[in-house]
Design a protein around this ligand. Sequence first.
Ligand code: ADP
Ligand code: MG
Length: 341
Amino acid sequence: MLTLHRVTVRYGRFEALRGVDWSVGTGQATVTALLGPSGCGKSTLLRAVAGLEPVAAGSIAWDGQSIDDVAPHRRDFGVVFQDGQLFPGRTVRQNVAYGLARRGIRGAAARARVDEMLELVRLHDYGGRSPDALSGGQAQRVALARALAPRPRLLLLDEPLAAVDSQLREALAESIGEIVRAAGTPTVLVTHDHREAALMADTVSVMRAGTIVQTDAASRLWHRPVDEDTAEFLGARSIVDGIVGDGVLDTAVGQVRLTDESSFGTPPDGPCRVALRPEAVVATPDPEGPAVVEHAAALVASWRVRLRIADAVYEGVSSKPVRPGARVRLRLEAGGVAVIG
Ligand code: ADP
Ligand code: MG
């Protein structure tokens, strides 16, 4: 397993990583997402792990042994960057074979390994192509095959979907998740997109301003973010006061039973702050309802609404068309609710 102990990286006087403590468990093949806004230091952290960025203070270890003095190519980590960075003058096969010779894998064994990798990324008919004859998604799968071919002990992916068309991104996210699990390689995925993290990762570490603020199972993170900034980064649009008692959360918007212990844990009884994603606040037309619609926008199968109760404004959803000025009643839907802290 990978462990970082108080790792600091500086660019001149700017501290891009501020004493990061972090562990990535590699008991079985798992995908850990490193999730945070642009500029928070994700790539710097990945590059430090790969040995591509000098560490000013602290230490990085694998299975308890420091790798601080191990050269990048001897760390045995596979790396895929945003734009794949395939070698343009070589075929797809030659790209995938690139790391094998150094591992002493040559001739028939190398050819078999390349075939296996192209099969894994479902590009077996593309071996003879040049990289510039590939789509963005295909190029990223070749980069993934190249990184996995020498059987690295850890795979590092830095925003591998960033350069891919948005319609293809979700499918590629799923297929990358399947491929790394099939290869059995523990993987760190850097992303700024919480949906991508949810699609691909088992564990998510949230990063902000050069530090890691929370690490949790993906399913739990959404329901128990450590603080309001994290909740907002994960898609919450309204943050309200609440009170927990007997497993029921009470807010100005409504009540909800916190049944799913695996997601919510057991927040202590008493006052708390609650983060609501729009889908948590379900509006239904009702002339006697307490809330007034301020704004409504049609989505594919529902309406996104801005609602007002007295001085408070909430973002919500409605499955029926609603107009500004209409009155609605509200119901809380547990799936979009988070208890902060
Ligand atoms: P992320 O990958 O989360 O978007 P980065 O790790 O690329 O963030 O960058 C973290 C911070 O360090 C940013 O403020 C960025 O501007 C700065 N930075 C990154 N690389 C360099 C560099 N080579 N020289 C100076 N500053 C850098
Ligand atoms: Mg980056």
